[in-house]
Design a protein around this ligand. Structure first.
Ligand code: AMP
Ligand code: ZN
Length: 119
């Protein structure tokens, strides 16, 4: 069923506490934790507790949950002191765009200058 935990999904396992993560923020519907391979001084991932393979399928199935992820991304950025300097929220979608974990997640990146266009 849509949204159900997947036994072989890394981020479902982090939600369940089976794999450790440095959690910075939790809500009823989301978890935010530091990326294990940070690409900026602040690099936090915000995920829905429910499993959807990417942001578009999440938004199509549960728009309110997609909004929760976006709101939490903003809360993480504020808590990390990024409001003034600016930050980026990224949803890599598909292997060709660099997605490696197929459980929807927002990257919150900041704390350094960010180039545009991205690579
Ligand atoms: P993406 O490439 O957009 O799918 O992003 C997946 C992200 O998950 C990458 O930035 C990885 O560094 C990160 N990642 C992989 N394993 C872990 C882990 N165990 N804890 C935290 N972040 C992870
Ligand atoms: Zn999952």
């Amino acid at each position: 069923m849509a949204g159900e935990a997947q036994a072989d999904c890394l981020f479902c396992r982090i939600v369940k506490g089976e794999i450790p993560a440095t959690i910075v923020r939790e809500s009823e519907t989301t978890v935010a934790f530091r990326d294990i391979n940070p690409q900026a001084p602040t690099h936090v991932l915000v995920i829905p507790r429910a499993h959807y393979p990417d942001a578009a399928s999440l938004a199509a199935a549960e728009p309110a949950l997609a909004a929760d992820v976006l709101r939490e991304a903003g809360e993480v950025a504020a808590a990390e002191g990024l409001d003034g300097s600016g930050y980026r929220v990224v949803f890599n979608t598909g292997a060709g765009a660099g997605q490696t974990v197929f459980h929807a997640h927002a990257h919150v990146l900041g704390g350094r200058g960010l180039q545009w266009p991205p690579g």
